[in-house]
Structures are given as structure tokens and as C-alpha cells.
Design a protein around this ligand. Structure first.
Ligand SMILES: [Mg+2]
Length: 520
């Protein structure tokens, strides 16, 4: 990481030098391209904490993450392919790899006079929630909608798990279910399991969580540090209960030889001879370890390789895809967002913007003045609108948990609700002060041009005249046309998306970091 950052700094210096010398900077364009392209390797902690000190580019872009997840599940319109996908292939290999262990564990445990047992979580272990998460919720979890899916028994089986459980039961393993779903969802959950082909979940060996309502209270065998139990306290406590308190036919005790779950919190806390993690990059449900317990092996990865177009999802394996929830948490800490509202004064994003624009704004002003002083073409600076001049963070996060809400977006456009991107006002002001024509090019449709321009001008001292405001899907062509038709020299092109900044027709480029979406 360090060398490439140094390389970019060198490139920027070279570009500035060539301009001062009056040489066209096009020669350095190819080198600069590398700085515009998204990064492909990332370090990210699962809890989002890395975002507080990160540069925007070092955070996996949320759209790229979703595309990667969809490639992994071979999903179309939010619906996972039910017959072929990298996910299905990986699950089959994980399941097949248990056979030898289960055979030997069965022999050992029965020889010791105990009944070997397997514990399985429900969501994304035996029942598959992908279609609900993606098509139903756009990866923005909605407990009310989830309950509809639960009560209507809408979940298919997790690929390969019905034969896996059926074979284990046939061999003689006792099958237990432990789910975070609650007692109000118990009947529907058992019915859903039966409906998709499971025959081994006996009601008295299936544990759902208490609701606190009469008849559904915390069992005496579950002890928790505080009144609200953590997932690990509940699940590990239930496994302890199975091994310690319950007896099988003939008075034998159970020995849990395998504990299967898609969340690390399903697996922490012991009371299983072996844990089996099923991949699930679509959400993350963390839970603290039991007091005094450390299980560093039962934790998500922190190093990731990801292509911006999602193609990595076909090859890297589920645990190596940045988890959607962790990426959102990282983004929120980068923007210092609370309840989906970014802190406009103090955040890693604001600091990065202040540092980046401070250097560039003065450079822009000087360059505008120099070109302006010469005879010939007039200098100009081109700005993208969304997330370059107008800040959509709160719309995207508070508005829809990054799931997208076209109606709400239309309201924001119509009512001119967008705030300014932090630190950009200064850059626009300096460009104007230096004598540059400031131009906005947005991919928003022409029908939104008037409201968009009003929103921008309200925040930027009416810097963008009607003649300097363009709507266009092809920004590079628009820049070429501006140069020719208006005899302008475009000194700087400022945007957040690679597509704003590629295609030439500008001498220098400035990229606003934006890990929240990606327009290829
Ligand atoms: Mg689960």
C-alpha cells in the first residue's frame, strides 16, 4: 500500500511541474489513470472500526461488494441461482469434507457410551435467506418484512443441507436446532423446515429464543451477564444444556461433535468438539465472547482482494468476500455517521477532503491565473455534481440503508435538499477567483437540470451560470465539445466516479473519495 501511495504523490508533482512549464499534461495522463482506478486490495475489520482512520479509496466500495456477493450467489434481480453458483459449489465441498470426521467421531463417541449429536443454526445454515436479503430488502435488513417471510415459510433450504442432515440422522446422530428466531416464530420455522424436506428436527430438540411474554421466558439453564442475553450466551448456554442436562434413550448423554452455523456467533462459546462455519457475506451478526474466553480462530478475515466489477465473487470463496454489513459499518465510521446522517464537520472523510482540497484549490487558482493572463484559450474547471458538489450521503444511508429509494431521491432533487460536499466550496471559489470558468456536468437527466442547478448555486455562491451547466451521459464527449465550441482550456476535471474522470479532455484530475457507490 505504501509504495503506491508514494507513486501517486510523485505523479501529482510531475503533472503540476509539466503544466507550469507549459507542456501539455496529456503525456502524464496514462500514469494518472492508475490513481483513478479503484483499489483491489483492502484491510478491513469486521466491526467497521477501520473506517475511522481510512482513506476513502481503501474502503471496499459498497456497490462493488454487492456485485461480488451477487456473482458468488449467481444472483439475477436479487434471486440466487438455485442450481449452480460458486456458493453452491463451495457448500458442497464443505459438506463433503465432513464425512470422514463424522464417521470417526461417531465411532469414538458411541464407544464412550454417549450419543453423538449435531447442532445446526437455522438462517443460512438450514434455511436460505439470500432472496429475502437481496431481492426483498436490498441488503437493508427489515425485521417486519423478515417476520412475514418467516410466518409465510418462504425460505428454501440452504443448498445441500437437507441431504447432509438426513444422512447424519440416518447414521445415528441426534439432530438439534438452535436458532435466534423467537418462540413466536417457532411453529412457522419448524413447518418451513419440514416443507423444504428436513425430517430430523424433533420439536423437543429445536430451540427458539424466548420473547419475554408469558409462557416464553428465559430458561433457568441460561445464565447471562446482563438482563439481555448475547447470542453467544444463549447459543453456548443451550449447547451446554444439551450436553449436561438432557438424556437420550437409555439414559445416555449427548456429545455435540459438530456445531454448524453461518455466523461466528453461532460457533463461539464451546460445547462442541468441532465447529463448522458456512460462508455468508450478506450480513454479520457479531456477539462478544463469554467472559474470559478468547477464540481468535472464530473471527472474520480482515484482508480482502476484490475487483470493482464484482468478478472476484466467482473465484475467491465466501469468507474472502467483504461482508456487506462490515462494509456498511466501515463506511459509516469513515463518514462518522449516526443513524445514517454523516457528520459534516468531523470525520475521516471531512479530514481527507480538507487535506486534499487544501493543496489542490490553491494550485487551481494559480493555474487559472496563469492561463488567464496569456492570450488564447480561457481556462476552466469542470465539476461533476453528485458527490462532487452535492452530497448524497444522508439520502443514501438514512434514506434507505444504501438500498436505493427512487421516490425519496426525486424528492431530494425537487426540494433541493442536498447539502454541499465538505470542503468543495473553497475549491469552486478559488477556481473562480483565479479567473477560471467553472462548469458542471451531471449525468442527471435534463428534466432535473433546473432544480439541480438551483441546489448547486444555493450552496456555491451562484457560481454556475446556466450556460455553464450541462446534463450529459457522455462526459468526455461533453468536455471535448466544450473545448471546441467555447474555446476553453479545461485545466481540471473534478469528480468522484472513475467515469467522471476518464476519457481525457482535461489536463488534471481530482477525485473525491466515495466508497458508497460505483458507476462503471
Ligand atoms: Mg444463521
Amino acid at each position: 500500500m505504501q509504495p503506491s501511495r508514494r507513486l501517486r504523490a510523485t505523479v501529482a508533482l510531475t503533472a503540476a511541474t509539466t503544466l507550469v512549464l507549459g507542456v501539455t499534461a496529456t503525456a502524464s495522463g496514462a500514469v494518472e489513470e492508475a490513481g483513478i482506478a479503484p483499489k483491489t486490495s483492502f484491510t478491513m475489520k469486521a466491526d467497521g472500526s477501520s473506517g475511522a482512520a481510512a482513506k476513502g479509496k481503501a474502503i471496499p466500495n459498497l456497490d462493488s461488494v454487492k456485485a461480488t456477493v451477487r456473482a458468488y450467489y449467481n444472483a439475477t434481480n436479487g434471486i440466487a441461482n438455485k442450481t449452480t453458483s460458486p456458493y453452491i459449489t463451495e457448500l458442497a465441498s464443505i459438506q463433503a469434507a465432513q464425512t470422514a470426521y463424522l464417521d470417526s467421531a461417531y465411532a469414538t463417541v458411541t464407544a464412550a457410551g454417549k450419543v453423538p449429536a449435531i447442532v445446526l443454526d437455522t438462517d443460512d445454515t438450514t434455511l436460505w435467506t439470500y432472496d429475502m436479503e437481496d431481492a426483498g430488502m436490498g441488503f437493508d435488513f427489515d425485521p417486519t418484512l423478515q417476520n412475514v417471510y418467516v410466518q409465510e415459510q418462504r425460505f428454501p433450504a440452504t443448498p445441500g443441507m437437507v441431504p447432509f442432515v438426513t444422512a447424519a440422522a440416518a447414521k445415528g446422530f441426534a439432530i438439534f436446532g438452535i436458532t435466534g428466531r423467537n418462540d413466536d416464530q417457532r411453529a412457522a420455522t419448524l413447518a418451513n423446515l419440514t416443507k423444504v424436506g428436513y425430517t430430523s428436527f424433533a420439536a423437543n430438540q429445536f430451540f427458539t429464543k424466548w420473547t419475554g411474554k408469558p409462557g416464553s421466558t428465559q430458561p433457568s439453564y441460561i445464565t447471562c451477564a446482563t438482563t439481555s442475553c448475547t447470542t453467544v450466551e444463549y447459543k453456548a448456554g443451550t449447547r451446554k444444556h444439551i450436553e449436561t442436562d438432557l438424556t437420550a434413550a437409555g439414559g445416555k448423554k449427548y456429545d455435540i461433535v459438530l456445531n454448524v452455523g453461518d455466523q461466528w456467533s453461532d460457533l463461539q462459546g464451546g460445547y462442541a468438539d468441532k465447529t463448522l462455519k458456512l460462508p455468508n457475506p450478506t450480513y454479520y451478526l457479531p456477539s462478544p465472547n463469554l467472559p474470559g474466553v478468547s477464540e481468535p480462530a472464530l473471527a472474520p478475515k480482515t484482508q480482502f482482494t476484490m475487483e470493482p466489477d464484482g468478478s472476484s465473487g466467482k473465484t475467491v470463496g465466501g469468507e474472502s468476500i467483504p461482508n456487506v454489513d462490515s462494509v456498511k459499518a466501515t463506511i459509516r465510521s469513515y463518514y462518522n455517521a449516526v443513524n445514517g446522517i454523516a457528520n459534516a464537520k468531523k470525520s475521516a472523510f471531512v479530514s481527507e477532503m480538507k487535506t486534499k482540497t487544501k493543496k489542490t484549490a490553491d494550485k487551481i487558482k494559480t493555474q487559472c491565473q496563469k492561463v488567464k493572463a496569456k492570450k488564447g484559450k480561457n481556462p476552466s474547471v469542470v465539476f461533476d455534481v453528485d458527490d462532487t458538489l452535492l452530497w448524497s450521503y444522508n439520502l443514501l444511508d438514512a434514506g434507505s440503508g444504501f438500498a436505493g429509494d427512487p421516490a425519496l431521491r426525486a424528492t431530494w432533487v425537487e426540494k433541493k435538499k442536498y447539502p454541499a460536499v465538505p470542503a468543495m466550496a473553497k475549491m469552486v471559489r478559488k477556481a473562480k477567483k483565479g479567473g477560471c470558468v467553472v462548469i458542471a456536468i451531471t449525468e442527471r437527466p435534463a428534466s432535473e437540470a433546473s432544480q439541480t442547478r438551483k441546489n448547486v448555486n444555493k450552496l456555491y455562491d451562484y457560481a454556475f451560470g446556466k450556460e455553464n451547466f450541462y446534463t450529459s451521459g457522455d462526459k468526455a464527449a461533453t468536455r471535448a465539445k466544450i473545448k471546441t465550441d467555447r474555446n476553453l482550456r479545461i485545466l481540471w476535471n473534478v469528480g468522484d466516479q472513475p467515469m467522471d474522470l476518464t476519457g481525457g479532455n482535461a489536463e488534471h484530475r481530482f477525485q473525491v473519495p466515495n466508497p458508497t457507490y460505483y458507476l462503471p
